[in-house]
Design a protein. Structure first.
Length: 282
């Protein structure tokens, strides 16, 4: 498939790395979640670029691995908890190679909308068709650039703004401008009845500042995902989200990892400053 299928854009290609980390977690006896679909996405994307990586890159990859595993478990619990309380619409922003529509146990009449760039969804659909997968819910893809007007395409795909919804934006906002991030969360609020949920991951502003200081020309190494970041999450996330219509609880990766029985080693590299958000529509 890598030779004759669609070529993933740079931001979409980061989803392959996330799928690789989810596939590795699935192999663990003490896994925090199971994603049996992730390995197929990785194989379809072609050979890994990791062989021969130096110690610094391995350390960076280890920190990213902890972050991806914890945030995946966090958002799984958030969305399933919302569905247990009656939510029947889920919208995944920047869905990439997310397999929640296939791997989670959903209630009846649940619809999952996956929004991402057309090239990313085309690649994903090739794998889905080749593998013969069937979603565990009604799955609807919405090919659109999230930096533009995504509300109309979502409505055209059947989204009901009058019904409760859970929005997920995992590992996404850093790749959007601050203005686009503001627009995304405020527009989601406009389309959400009271009680709807929003699950977010927010990047570390300190991490982005350090990267920019170390790379004044704006050029990163191959596989350096921070080179693609356009912004970092608001430092005062609770206040930022309140101003956009959401009441938020914000969590630290170390606290969540410990709550899942997977405490981070004291000296282990970690995604310092990154945060997990569970917000409710006011």
């Amino acid at each position: 498939m890598p030779d004759d299928g669609p070529v993933l854009p740079a931001v979409g290609a980061t989803s392959v790395g996330v799928a690789e980390l989810r596939a590795a977690e699935t192999q663990r006896a003490d896994r925090l979640f199971a994603d049996p679909f992730a390995a197929s996405f990785v194989r379809a994307a072609g050979p890994s670029e990791h062989p021969g990586e130096d110690a610094r890159r391995r350390q960076r990859r280890a920190a990213l691995g902890s972050w991806v595993v914890v945030r995946t478990r966090f958002l799984d619990e958030l969305v399933l908890g919302a569905c247990a309380r009656g939510c029947r619409q889920v919208v995944i922003f920047g869905a990439g190679l997310d397999a929640r529509a296939f791997r989670l146990t959903w209630p009846d009449k649940l619809r999952v909308f996956e929004i991402d760039l057309p090239e990313v969804l085309e690649f994903k659909e090739q794998v889905v068709r080749t593998e013969g997968w069937r979603p565990a819910c009604e799955r609807i893809t919405v090919p659109v650039d999230l930096s533009g007007n995504w509300g109309r395409p979502l409505a055209d795909a059947g989204f009901d703004a009058g019904s409760g919804v859970t929005w997920l934006a995992e590992g996404l906002l850093a790749y959007l401008s601050p203005e686009a991030s503001d627009s995304l969360v405020s527009r989601a609020a406009e389309l959400s009845p009271a009680g709807s949920r929003l699950g977010l991951t927010l990047a570390s502003g300190r991490r982005l500042e350090a990267w920019r200081e170390a790379h004044p020309d704006g050029t990163g190494e191959p596989g350096d995902y921070v080179a693609l970041w356009r912004s970092a999450g608001a430092e005062q996330a609770v206040e930022w989200l309140a101003g956009n219509g959401w009441r938020a609880d914000v969590y630290d990766i170390a606290e969540r990892a410990a709550s899942y029985g997977r405490p981070l080693d004291r000296d282990a590299p970690r995604a310092g400053g990154a945060r997990l958000v569970d917000a409710e529509r006011l």
